[in-house]
Design a protein around this ligand. Structure first.
Ligand code: SF4
Length: 713
């Protein structure tokens, strides 16, 4: 019997040590496969349906193998959950003492050097930033980790953050006077020293691709690399294997240059002049594009005369900046670092404006104030397969959504993992009993004008039947806004709309209300875990095909076509099937959850490719008759109301019993105190032991993906 089979057996250590642990064959199978992959230093891809308990299934064999391991997950929240809850629990259960570490991206750590820099010149900061800066300064005197996440009151997008954290561009590395005390360096050293390190995908690929100082040393050291939420990897890896340059970067560069001029090199006014000029020219480049944020084909834009002229001005201004800084080299460490950034920006601009390159997409995106130029490889398969082939080590890729239809080909092809072993594990949930999929009859065509009215009518019916507790998920912001606007006048339930506040705040309001309806797009399609009667209905407006205007997708389609492939079948359908699977996955999160998934897209019935989508979804009961779905929702709602009443009565009874017990305990305690005073015994150690036991977190072996899918890093 393998180590994992013993561990996960009904009478195994996990059953004995973890309260509420339930044995699941799929979890044991996954643990065995991971154990084998570690033994043979091979690559393994596992799709484990929701509820399999995949976190324990990879952590247990990895810890038992006692090899240097990196676990990379999708978001910072998932990192925190894994590190603070799952890892300590399983370590304690199996009695492994290896060192573990949590490593975040550099922007999460306080940069002592920048904090000091801005202490001596605050004239460049506005009032809000000054107030935030003094809060950071106060916190900086007591923090042990320098993790900005400790400052709970500071907004995630606080204006002060760029002034007190570093980027790869402005970090001085070994030349920094604060190097020895640097929190980021300390976190990285701890990670190097640990047996198991928890990172996120952005950090992993940033360091793998860019060889960022420090962490780059960790990857070559690892024997085992485990990617959870692995369906996100192809996009994230493409981003980091590519290049980008933004007007914001040039703006920041000019700001840092200004700081050097004002604080350290007051005689070098040319620095200020050259920096300002570069900033203005990059801002003028943005002005050549429409005010509304957009994405587009940069190769096409490069044929425009006005764009060409502006690019050539930008190039000239970077050259001037380069020459001006060169005159002052070695006078100031920050200036030396800015010089590197200018050299890097010059080289990037050359590559980003070379329209003749093959195998890459050149595209741009604009925000209200800035423009970003991107170069993205059309495929990362060759590069990634080279990375995993040498040196020999174990690679595990797992997620609840890797397969399209019945196979892994799409993921394998994207990642160059054709040789990897694959394993598909069904969710232990009884979807036939727990869930219903409804594609209502008589739907207009997805892009028809009357579709919005239909969506509104269906939403109103669903909300009434389920008493709120619905997610309405949309594929576009325009439809989201339109339905939100119309719905507010039609129902009394609180309507929570993406974009009105942060995702975290919306989810908190949703969970705290007992009849709210949440309307969201992309950000709510994954990484949201609302269980039980809090979420009983998910509506999806249409099949989530990526926008055909997406320049990267366009380039990939073109490339696939040139290679004789079928881009719709090979790219667009698989991508949409995985996105649909993610959205649908919000509904059933636990073995007692029940609910209805409504997909308002008749292509699921009329098109040949529908079977790929349907095969990718869990095996729910199906209906085309909306009243059937409404009846099921009404039944769930009625049961939930009954359960609520019963819960109230039970709580009331428990309170009464507790009061009675407290009264008798008070009498008992008076007696005991009298006895204790007599023999004067110290029972402190018993108290500590009992507190420890009470603190043992409860875990049922299920996955609990993060509730708030924040930006990683
Ligand atoms: S080494 Fe880099 S991150 Fe650390 S304090 Fe210095 S500049 Fe900041």
């Amino acid at each position: 019997m393998s180590k994992s089979s013993k561990l996960f057996a009904p009478d195994g250590i996990l059953s004995q040590a973890i309260p509420g642990f339930t044995v699941r064959q799929a979890q044991t199978d996954m643990a065995n496969a991971v154990e084998e992959a570690i033994e043979h230093k091979s690559a393994l891809i596992v799709e484990a349906g929701t509820g399999t308990g995949k976190t324990f299934a990879y952590l247990a064999p990895a810890l038992q193998a006692k090899k240097k391991t990196i676990v990379s997950t999708g978001t910072k929240n998932l990192q925190e959950q894994l590190f603070h809850r799952d890892l300590p629990l399983i370590k304690k259960a199996i009695g492994v003492n290896g060192k573990i570490a949590l490593l975040k991206g550099r922007s999460n750590y306080l940069c002592l050097h920048r904090l000091r820099q801005h202490g001596s010149s605050t004239t460049l900061l506005d009032r809000t930033t000054m107030v935030e800066l003094s809060d950071v300064r106060r916190w900086a005197t007591s923090t042990k980790t320098g993790d900005m996440g400790e400052m709970k009151a500071l907004a995630e997008d606080a204006k002060v953050l760029p002034f007190v954290t570093s980027t790869m561009d402005n970090c001085l590395g070994k030349d920094c006077p604060d190097y020895e005390d640097c929190y980021m360096i300390k976190a990285r050293r701890k990670a190097l020293d640990a047996d198991l390190v928890v990172v996120n995908h952005h950090l992993f690929f940033a360091d793998m691709a860019l060889k960022d100082t420090g962490f780059g040393e960790l990857i070559p050291e690892a024997d085992v690399v485990i990617f959870d939420e692995a369906h996100q990897i192809p996009d994230i890896a493409s981003e980091y294997f590519g290049e980008s340059l933004s007007s914001r970067q040039l703006h920041d560069l000019s700001r840092d240059l200004e700081l050097v001029y004002r604080t350290s090199l007051k005689d070098a006014k040319q620095l200020h002049t050259a920096g300002e000029k570069c900033k203005m020219i990059s801002a003028d480049l943005r002005l050549l594009f429409p005010e509304k944020a957009q994405k587009g084909n940069w190769r096409e834009m490069l044929s425009r005369d006005d764009v060409q002229t502006q690019i050539s001005k930008l190039n000239d201004s970077l050259n001037v900046l380069y020459e001006v800084i060169k005159l002052h080299l070695s006078r100031d460490k920050d200036l030396d670092s800015i010089f590197e950034r200018v050299s890097d920006a010059r080289a990037k601009l050359t590559r980003l404006t070379d329209a003749n390159q093959k195998g890459v997409s050149l595209w741009y995106e604009t925000t209200m104030r800035h423009i970003v130029l991107h170069l993205t490889p059309l495929s990362i398969a060759a590069k990634f397969s080279k990375i995993i082939s040498s040196p020999e080590r174990t690679w595990i890729f797992t997620s609840a959504t890797l397969m399209v239809g019945d196979g892994f080909e799409h993921f394998q092809r994207q990642m160059g993992l054709q040789q990897a072993k694959t394993l598909a594990l069904d969710s232990p949930f009884n979807y036939q009993k727990q869930a219903m999929l409804c594609v209502p009859r008589f739907l207009p065509e997805p892009n028809a004008r009357e579709m919005r009215q239909t969506l509104l009518d269906i939403s109103i019916k669903l909300i009434a039947a389920s008493g709120g507790r619905c997610f309405l998920l949309f594929t576009s912001h325009a439809t989201l806004r339109a339905i939100a606007g119309m719905l507010e006048d039609k129902v009394d339930n609180p309507i929570l709309v993406q974009g009105t506040t942060t995702k975290r705040a919306l989810l908190e309001s949703y969970v705290n209300s007992d009849n709210a309806v949440l309307l969201g797009t992309g950000a709510f399609w994954e990484g949201v875990d609302v269980r039980g009667n809090d979420l009983t209905c998910v509506l999806i407006d249409k099949l989530p095909f990526a926008s055909p205007d997406d320049p990267l997708l366009q380039a990939r389609i073109e490339d696939c076509r040139k290679a004789g492939g079928n881009p719709f079948g090979q790219l667009q359908i698989p991508q949409a099937a995985i996105a649909l699977k993610q959205g649908a996955g919000r509904l059933i999160r636990d073995e007692t959850d029940r609910g209805v998934l409504v997909i308002c897209d008749n292509r699921l019935v009329t098109k040949d490719y529908a079977k790929t989508f349907l095969r990718s979804l869990p095996d729910m009961r199906r209906t085309r008759h909306l009243p059937n779905a409404l009846a099921f929702l009404e039944e769930i709602h009625a049961d939930a109301q009954d359960a609520k009443k019963a819960d109230k009565i039970a709580k009331h009874n428990a309170n009464s019993a507790a009061k009675a017990a407290a009264q008798s305990a008070t009498e008992e305690a008076s007696l005991q105190l009298a006895e204790q005073n007599l023999d004067n015994k110290d029972n402190a150690s018993n108290l500590v032991e009992s507190t420890d036991d009470q603190n043992l977190p409860e875990h049922n072996g299920l996955d609990t993906p993060d509730m708030f899918n924040k930006e990683a890093q």
